[in-house]
Ligand binder design. Structure first.
Ligand SMILES: Cc1cc2nc3c(=O)[nH]c(=O)nc-3n(C[C@H](O)[C@H](O)[C@H](O)COP(=O)(O)OP(=O)(O)OC[C@H]3O[C@@H](n4cnc5c(N)ncnc54)[C@H](O)[C@@H]3O)c2cc1C
Length: 348
């Protein structure tokens, strides 16, 4: 480690020790005292089970006080796999940037901080830096951890099966939703829909993604010919599957389109293309949603055509989804929200 990096790590470790002590005390005012007067706390689900931003120590203290006991952080630690603490210039200030991880009763969290000395004019090497910005995020829910790394499925279930459905048969059937409703309906297989679908699949939430276009990636293919992404490739990764190291810094739109389509396949996402959400009704008594989908041949029309590409299960379905026994009659999209409220650990 170079000398400045060692200095940054030392300053940060000492700060984290003091901060962790105050977090352990359970006193919000002591925690908030680590923030500068112009400091910000941004929370994504970890402390508030919401997306919230608090500005200045008083608001920050209130925000921290609103955290339920289940969301109070503990076991603060430096994550070895993240970028080491470093001192650099940001928006005209010298700051120390670093990450730390923490646990709550609900799950595992990760935080990013920018520390700055309290006195104007001091540089980032000062001994007693305060928080200019802190971002706290919930990364994982206990009991619903992503099935990745050591938790991945071993896949042997299919190697002992000499009759019946193999992996591909099972995959196709699951994507058809002929015998069940999805727990979550995602509208749009753009980068957000695909990333969300991949995350939900890994925590075992049965998800259907509907995409109005004929192919996943058409939202990029159909744009102007010379389009390339505006950000560098490494800032555009989707979860679990980073772009290859050999790819250009700025991705041409059709290359990205192909990647999105392949991503849906590799991540085994259930996507119905040429399927448009045309409406949804909420049943407040049952607290469920019913979605109306218009499938391929019915695009722009209400008729009874089968939708190519979706196999047998499309037969008999009204294309506008308003009548008839069709399996896409979704009783429970929005169910994820209900499930969240049903998880006892998340109740306030
Ligand atoms: C020129 C340009 C360059 C950009 N460069 C970058 C970059 O480098 N990095 C970056 O992060 N962002 C970049 N962006 C922004 C990025 O494109 C968007 O933020 C991103 O596409 C949003 O993703 P999304 O999945 O939310 O929406 P979209 O990509 O718009 O996807 C929405 C999908 O929903 C489908 N859909 C809509 N309505 C329905 C319906 N009723 N039923 C079914 N399907 C439906 C659409 O067909 C579409 O496929 C750029 C944008 C442009 C225009």
């Amino acid at each position: 480690m170079s000398a400045p990096a060692t200095v940054a790590a030392e300053i940060f470790e000492k700060w984290l020790e003091r901060f962790a002590d105050d977090v352990r005390s359970g006193v919000a005012q002591r925690v908030a005292s680590h923030f500068r007067d112009d400091g910000y706390l941004r929370d994504i689900l970890a402390l508030t089970w919401d997306y919230r931003t608090f500005a200045g120590p008083a608001e920050i203290q209130e925000g921290i006080e609103s955290a339920s006991p289940a969301s109070w952080p503990r076991n603060l630690r430096c994550p070895p796999e993240r970028i080491a603490p470093r001192i650099l210039r940001r928006s005209g200030r010298t700051v120390l940037e670093a990450y730390f991880d923490f646990d709550t009763e609900v799950g595992r969290g990760s935080a990013f901080v920018r520390l700055q000395p309290d006195q104007p004019g001091d540089d980032g090497n000062a001994e007693d830096p305060r928080v200019w910005m802190m971002l706290t995020t919930l990364q994982e829910i206990r009991g619903f951890e992503e099935r990745i790394g050591d938790r991945r499925l071993d896949g042997t279930a299919f190697s002992y099966k000499f009759g019946g459905d193999n992996w591909l048969d099972t995959r196709r059937k699951r994507a058809q939703f002929a015998d069940r409703d999805p727990e979550v309906l995602i509208v749009g297989a753009g980068q957000a829909g695909l990333a969300l679908g991949a995350r939900l699949a890994q925590i075992g939430v049965d998800t259907l993604i509907v995409e109005a276009n004929e192919r996943v990636g058409d939202n990029w293919r159909n744009r102007y010919e010379s389009l390339a992404l505006h950000n560098e490739t490494w800032s555009n990764h989707l979860p679990y599957l980073p772009f290859p190291d050999s790819w250009p810094t700025f991705l041409p739109k059709d290359k990205l389109a192909g990647w999105l389509e392949a991503y849906a396949e590799f991540m085994e996402l259930n996507v119905w293309t040429s399927t448009r959400l045309v409406g949804a009704d909420y049943d407040s008594g049952r607290k469920t949603w019913r979605a109306r989908l218009r499938t391929a041949d019915g695009a722009g029309r209400d008729d009874n055509r089968d939708a190519p590409g979706h196999g047998d299960r499309q037969r008999g379905r009204r294309a506008d989804g308003t009548e008839g026994p069709w399996p896409g009659r979704l009783r429970r999209p929005g169910h994820a929200l209900q499930r969240v409220h049903q998880w006892p650990r998340l109740r306030r």
